[in-house]
Write a protein that binds this ligand. Structure first.
Ligand code: GTP
Ligand code: MG
Length: 218
C-alpha cells in the first residue's frame, strides 16, 4: 500500500475543472424511497458524526454553504445529493454514524437508511470513508468497512482535519490506518490526508475523483 501515488498535472487540472463548476443541491432523501433516479454515477461521503463530511464537500466545490456543516454532531440528517449536470455525477453527503446522543429510534432509522444505501445503490462508484486524523479508525468505522467489504462496494479512506495534528502524528495515523486497511478486500490501497480548513490535500482529492470519473467513461 502506498500513501501517495504520483498524480499527473493532467489529472490535477481535470480535478480543478470538475470542481470549479456550479454544483447545486439536487435533493435530500430521508429514506431509501426518495432517492433521485440512479441515472448517473455517484460518490458518497460517509463517516462518523462530526468528522467533517459536509465541510469537505464545501471545500472541494469551493462554496462555503453548499452542504450544511456545524459543530453540533448529527447536523446532516438526510442523504443530500449535489449535482452539476455537465459533470454527470452526484456527490452524496451522508448523515454521520456513531452518534450516540440522538434519540434511539432516529439513530436506528438513519442506520437502516445509510446501510441500505451503501450496500444497495447500483450507481455508487466509490464511497469515501472519512476518518478524523486525530482519532484514526474506531469501532463504528469498522462496522461500516465490514458492510462495504461484504457488499463489495469499493471505498477509500480520507483523513480529515489534518490541520489539527503535527506532521509526525499524521504520518503515524496514516501508517496505522493503511495497516488496518490491508485486511479489507474492498478498500482502495491508498489514503489521502485533507483539511477543509487549510486546503491541504484537496488538489489531489479532486484529481482522484476526476480520474475515477474518467475511468468510468464519463
Ligand atoms: N480544524 C478543522 N475543522 C474542521 C475541518 N472539517 C470540519 N471541521 C469542523 O468540524 C465540525 C463538523 O463539521 P461537519 O462538516 O459539519 O461534519 P459532518 O461530518 O458533516 O457532521 P454530521 O453531518 O453531523 O455527521 C465543524 O465545526 C467544522 O467546522 C477541518 O478540516 N479542520
Ligand atoms: Mg454533515
Amino acid at each position: 500500500m502506498t500513501v501517495t501515488e504520483p498524480i499527473s498535472p493532467e489529472a490535477i487540472e481535470a480535478g480543478r475543472r470538475l470542481f470549479t463548476r456550479a454544483w447545486t443541491f439536487a435533493r435530500g432523501s430521508p429514506d431509501l424511497d426518495h432517492l433521485p433516479p440512479d441515472d448517473r454515477p455517484e460518490i458518497a461521503f460517509a463517516g462518523r458524526s462530526n468528522v467533517g463530511k459536509s465541510s469537505l464537500i464545501n471545500a472541494l466545490v469551493g462554496q462555503l454553504r453548499l452542504a450544511r456543516a456545524s459543530n453540533t454532531p448529527g447536523r446532516t440528517q438526510e442523504l443530500n445529493f449535489f449535482v452539476e449536470p455537465e459533470a454527470a455525477l452526484f456527490l452524496v453527503d451522508m448523515p454521520g454514524y456513531g452518534f450516540a446522543e440522538a434519540p434511539k429510534e432516529k439513530v436506528a432509522s438513519w442506520n437502516r437508511t445509510l446501510r441500505g444505501y451503501l450496500a444497495g445503490r447500483r450507481t455508487l462508484l466509490r464511497v469515501f470513508v472519512l476518518i478524523d486524523a486525530r482519532h484514526g479508525l474506531k469501532p463504528a468505522d469498522d462496522e461500516i468497512l465490514a458492510l462495504l467489504d461484504g457488499a463489495a462496494v469499493s471505498y477509500q479512506v480520507i483523513l480529515t482535519k489534518a490541520d489539527k495534528i503535527s506532521q509526525t502524528a499524521l504520518a503515524g495515523v496514516t501508517a496505522r490506518t493503511l495497516q488496518a486497511l490491508a485486511k479489507h478486500p474492498a478498500a482502495y490501497p491508498s489514503i489521502l490526508a485533507t483539511s477543509a480548513e487549510t486546503g491541504l490535500g484537496l488538489e489531489n482529492f479532486r484529481a482522484e475523483i476526476a480520474k475515477l470519473l474518467a475511468s468510468h467513461g464519463s
